[in-house]
Structures are given as C-alpha cells and as structure tokens.
Design a protein around this ligand. Sequence first.
Ligand code: ZN
Ligand code: ZN
Length: 547
Amino acid sequence: MNVEDFERHWIGRIVCDLESRDDEKIVFSTAKTPSGPIHVGVGRELIYCSVFEKLLRERGRKTEFLFFVDDFDSLKSFPPNIPKDFSSHKEFLGRPMYMVPCPYNHCESWGTHYAQELIETFPDFGLHPKIIWSHELYQTQEMKNLIRLALDRVGDLRKIMVEVVGPTLQQNQLEKFKKEMENWYPCLVVCENCGRLKPTRVLGWDSSTDTLIYDCTACNYKGEVKVKDWPVKLRWRIDWPAKWAIFKVSCEPAGKDHCVKGGAYDTGEQIVSRVFGWKGPYRIPYEWVLLGEKAMKTHKGISFTFSEWLAVAPPEVYRYLILREEPRKHISFAPERMLQLIDEFEKTEKIYFGLEKASNRLEELTAKIVYPLSMPDKVPEEVPARLPYRFAIIMVQLIPLLGKDKVLEKCLTILKRLYKKERLKPEEVLAVEERLRMAEYWVTNYAPEELKIRITETVSKEIKEKLSEKQREALKIVLEKFKEKDWDEESLQFEIFEVGKKLGIGPKIFEAFYLIFLGKKFGPRLAPFLLSLEKEFVIQRLEEVVG
Ligand SMILES: [Zn+2]
Ligand SMILES: [Zn+2]
C-alpha cells in the first residue's frame, strides 16, 4: 500500500495523529452502560479502538485497549420486553446496575447480564479489549483517592463547569445553572436506606474524617458515609476524566452528543488536565448508526444486537459497514437490506484479491485499506469461497420442496462452478452450511415480501387464465431454449429479457414466470431462481401451462 494513499484516507490520518503522541503506551478506551440489550450502534467505537490499536502496535508502539462496563450507573428505566413480574419492581429504578438483579434470574446482576451478552460476541468480531467493570474500579484505592481529590477541589470543578457549559446556555438558564453549581458536588452516594444512587444529593464533605453528608430525595433519608467504606460514584462528567487519568488514556472515540460544544468531552478535557493531572485523550467524534431512519436507543427498544448480527451475517461485514464510512458520516443500517450490504462487501473482497476491477478511486482505496481491517483477525491468503447470499436465500426456501440434502448438494455444485474448484475443503463446506443457516434465519425474520418464495403445488386455473397470449408465447419460447442446454445465470437472464423484448411485452415476461411458479407477480431475480430448481421440474411446470 502506497504511503500517500494511506495517509490521505481517514484511517491513515488518525494513525498519523496518534503516532505523534509521546505517550509511553497508546491506550484506547471505550465504555458502555449496560442499560438493556446492547445494540450494534455502539460498535463504532469498539471497532475504531480495535483497528487503531492494531495499526499502532504494528508500527512498534506499546498499546492497550480497554472496555469499561459502566455498571455503577443507575438504571433509569426498564426497556420494553422485560418480564412483567420483574418490571413491576419500581424500587430497582435509580439503583446502580450492579445492584439490580438479573431480570432472568440467571446471573449476578442486571449489569452483568447485558454486558456479558455483548462481551461474549467480542471474539467473533475480532475485539480483544481488557474488560474493566466500573463497580470494581470504584473499590480501588486509586479511584477512592480521585473521589477525594475531586471533593477537595470542588471549587475548581464548579468553576470549570460554569466556564465550559455556561457559554452554551441562554441568559436565564445560565443564572439558574450558576445557582445550582453553588451547591453542586462531583459525586453521588448509594442511599443506605433505599439503595438508590439517583436521586441522592451530597450536602457536604469533611476531608479530615473522610465523611460525606447526603440526602436521598426518593425516600427522604439523610445520612453520612465514609468514602473509604461506602459506594460513592463520581458524576458522569467527572467519572469520565477520572478514568482517563487513572489509565492514562490516549484515545477515546465518542458519539456526537458527547462531543458538542460544552458537552462532556469539553468539560472532561479541562478537568483531566487542570485537576487530575493528565493531558487527556485524542478525540474521534462519530455520528450515529441508524437502524433504518431511527437512532438506535436501548431504552426505547430500537435495537439490533451483536448476537442478532451473527445470526444473519458474518462479523467482517459489520466491521466493513463501520470502517468504509468516515466517523463524521452517519451510517444507516437496516436488517432487511443485509443482502445488498453483503454483496458490496464481497465485491470489495474480490477487488482486494484482484478478481474484480474497482470502478472508481474510492472503491479501490476501500478495498486496499478497509477490506483487510474488516477481517476480524487475519486476512485470508486467497479469496474465501462464499456462496452468494442472494442464492442462499432462494435455496433455503426450497428446502420444503427439495429436502435439505439436495439443497446443500446444489449449493456446493454452484460454489465449485463459481470458484472453478474441483473439490471443496471441509471448511468450505462448513461455511456453506453456516451461510444457509444465516439465510434461513434472515428469511424468517427480516426478508421483504418480494424475496419470499413459496412454490405453488400446481398452477391454478385463475392464473392460467390471467396469462395473455403474448405471455404464453413467451413462456413457450423460453421453454424450448431452456431444454436445449445447461444455462448459467447471466445468459439465461439475458435470454429471457430478450424474448420479452422481441415479443413487445418487456417485463411482463418475468411476471408470467413468477405467477406460474409462485402465484404472485414478483419474486427474486429470475434466472438464479429457475436454475436453483430441478431442471425437470421447471420444464414440467412450463409444459403444464403451455404444453
Ligand atoms: Zn443474567
Ligand atoms: Zn433513599
């Protein structure tokens, strides 16, 4: 890869910026609050960290990749689809997530449950971070000392908050904010009476006795605790820079909401350098991953999880989806468009291996730079033989007609033909089986109507009557041509198109085929569909109509 090309690409530019840092170790960090099923939107920062960590390591730097599970955050609401007898426990709301039970009563806590669900998918996606559970971090002396430091320097923190957040507020809001800041403290205390973290308020701090005075506006309890032996949590805007300082974080990507002027990244940078004594990380602000048109929000149940991804598509396609776009551009992902995405990825893969030509400069760079980084662990030595997804989704729908074995056999034949192979390796056969499983799941859960196939047992009288003279004539011509030889997809598709054109019925010829095979006017791309059926069956069906 040409150095100039690389440095002009956004990935190369960030690598250069990071390389210029004089940190002894380049530490990447990212975090997630396990407030419910964790959706693939959060993966943007995970993939960035894993990619830059790898690239910096390859350039001889010492590196580390951290993933914080923010399970000390309080649970704000129950996402939809939580068991009813569980979500009736309103007293759990406001508690730290590591102190809320698992909603399915099968592991330690709410926090563990949803974090673990995500973490279990990490190896598949090529993510190998060191996992840090916030509630454990908060028990360390280092963190307790930072809490004390933040409390001792509450005056400076209040000043920074007003200085950074102030300019983004309207005059009347500003007055209110300044007033609030007069009694503001950088931490929250778990209420000794009701177990809630929110909404507690710290009322005073005595450093000589390590004591915090607080009250809880939920249960009206008022009490005193010592930092050394009670769970105390820094507020989010202070918690973030505290972690940067403890781990000397060099880079943390963040969603655009945290990166706005006066946002948590801005206050964090001031706090970490002026109070906690670390220069702070390099920012990579990024846009949302949209599910269709909507932003993914765990608490609203707009979600598509990592394990759901693995059920329908390979992890490298996800990494590709994230990496082919610059961080400042939003990514729109819709499970029903998975087919197109996989096609694009496989085209890029073929360009990388020199089997297809890039049609423009961008495609070429994406193949050279993004493709190898999309592979979770290592880049294969030769192009992997992949059964086209488009074909797999037709084939799995033919299982009721042909049986599982026949379908697999047909898929293997197609794969051998596509990749010009005499025989397939065992792992290639396994890959076909896996693709069929994914396609089956996708068809059941996400396929749009036009890709659903159910072959009718016979052609009904109504359908026979529906066909025009020209359509019948067209079917007859195609039938004769179809019998002549073994067709491949492209030439058959072209031939059918030509027949339609010659008879002046255009796309109505395709409609005729869909009607007699599927009983509806539309269906998957015709030639691959016909070729995936038994030749005899196709002939028989056509003869039934025009014979
Ligand atoms: Zn659990
Ligand atoms: Zn309370």
